[in-house]
Write a protein that binds this ligand. Structure first.
Ligand code: SAM
Ligand code: SF4
Ligand code: SF4
Length: 395
């Protein structure tokens, strides 16, 4: 009986109305009293992705932002940047303090106010991190270290300039990133700082997957002070999953999605992931890496799952849970979206509304309910972030 009542209450609460409810609280003198509180969706916003800009100096071959159509929300042609004051005010007025933020791009170090934003987040005690292609690390070392993030992730795709530069599409990109890492490590030591931790981030793609052991040996010796070396399976999808995503989002959420188009096709990157990767060799290297110092890995560890991941681009494990339950993403034009990597579903815009209102909006609740009941639609189901990051045995 009790369970049935609970079920009916939950149905009413989640689907019909968000009523007020009585909550017991204690006054300063320790007396019990009841207050009326409006029921909110129980999923509190804990983490915010702030995509500062999609502008980037590079055109990496695997990056989903490079190939998206110009009018996709995550196209690198999208240069709109959010005014800093708007972001600060919206974070300030949040009902529950944020735990963490991830500053995303494009290249986040191109956003002109990133250091003022870093100062603000530090002052608010919000842990923040960012990922960078490393080109501007040397130039901005002092600004970065004045209000350091918890961690900086530097994307390196190879241990030689030839390989890295060819993947990143710019000659000299590797040397600049190496100089940048050195500069941050030296200055951090001089200032005797605990943060930022420094991570080197390797995206596994057909052009570099055979170099993973060499990559590890090179960077662990070159930067003994490095905190983490991470290997990450790529986001890539075939047409089937792209269409599934497009159709679901159109039918259920009246949204026409374009963001996924950079990571799905039947040729080039997707075809190479499917055809060129020797999964057995990759599996052996991942197994070896997971025994080394300071290694982390994001992707399938089971051989069969790894095999399916690359050889059947439509394969995805249904039971994995998306980060959407605790985070949302602000876009360079102020749109607040469900997902940072596929920013198609909008809850509103920070120029017009509070983040809390958007997070608790009907559309956001409907989205969370959909994920809970149906799982991630189409391309979102294969998102590499759905895997848990695994740390090596002697991390
Ligand atoms: C989109 S970038 C943005 C930050 C910055 N520009 C950088 O390169 O680090 C974030 C991370 O995604 C990685 N990445 C690029 N394409 C990817 C893909 N198809 N799948 C998974 N990660 C990818 C990049 O190497 C980088 O580490
Ligand atoms: S540097 Fe980062 S954002 Fe720019 S193209 Fe490469 S992966 Fe994408
Ligand atoms: S689909 Fe992936 S990137 Fe998007 S919110 Fe979910 S876990 Fe995050």
């Amino acid at each position: 009986m009790q369970t049935l009542r609970k079920k009916i209450w939950k149905l009413y609460r989640d689907n019909i109305q968000r009523p007020y409810f009585r909550r017991k609280v204690y006054t300063d003198s320790g007396e019990e009293k009841y207050i009326l509180k409006k029921y909110y969706d129980t999923h509190k916003l804990k983490h915010l992705i702030v995509t500062l800009t999609y502008h980037c100096q590079l055109h990496c071959e695997m990056c989903g932002q490079v190939e998206t159509p110009v009018d996709a929300p995550n196209s690198q042609k999208n240069w709109t940047q959010i005014p800093l004051d708007v972001i600060k005010n919206r974070i300030d007025e949040l009902q529950y303090p944020l735990k963490s933020a991830y500053l995303f791009g494009g290249e986040p170090l191109i956003y002109k106010d990133i250091f003022k934003l870093s100062e603000f987040l530090t002052m608010k005690n919000i842990d923040f991190t960012y990922s960078t292609n490393g080109l501007l690390l040397k130039k901005y070392t002092n600004d970065i270290l004045d209000n350091p993030p918890k961690m900086i992730s530097v994307s390196m795709d190879g241990c030689t300039s030839d390989l890295h530069d060819s993947i990143r599409g710019l000659k000299g990109a590797w040397q600049k990133a190496i100089d940048g890492i050195n500069s941050i490590l030296d200055e951090k030591k001089k200032r005797n700082l605990k943060y930022p931790l420094l991570k080197i981030h390797f995206t596994i793609i057909p052009d570099n997957y055979t170099t993973m052991r060499e990559f590890y040996e090179f960077y662990i010796n070159k930067f003994p002070m490095i905190d983490e070396i991470k290997f990450h399976v790529p986001r890539f999808n075939d047409l089937k999953m792209g269409y599934e995503y497009f159709n679901t989002m159109r039918d259920k959420f009246d949204t026409y999605c374009l963001s996924y188009q950079g990571n799905f096709s039947e040729d080039t990157f997707v075809k190479d992931c499917k055809n060129k990767i020797d999964v057995k060799a990759l599996y052996n290297d991942i197994t070896w890496l997971l025994e080394q110092k300071k290694v982390s890995y994001l992707g399938p560890t089971d051989y069969d799952e790894l095999h399916k991941f690359f050889k059947e681009p439509s394969y995805y494990p249904k039971n994995r849970r998306c980060e959407c339950y605790k985070s949302c993403a602000i876009q360079p034009n102020g749109d607040v979206c469900a997902c940072g990597d596929y920013p198609d579903l909008k809850f509103g815009n920070i120029q017009n509304d509070k983040i809390d209102n958007m997070w608790q909006s009907e559309i956001a609740s409907k989205w969370r309910k959909y994920l809970k009941d149906e799982g991630n639609p189409g391309v979102l189901a294969k998102c590499s972030r759905l895997f848990d990051t695994i740390k090596s045995s002697n991390f």
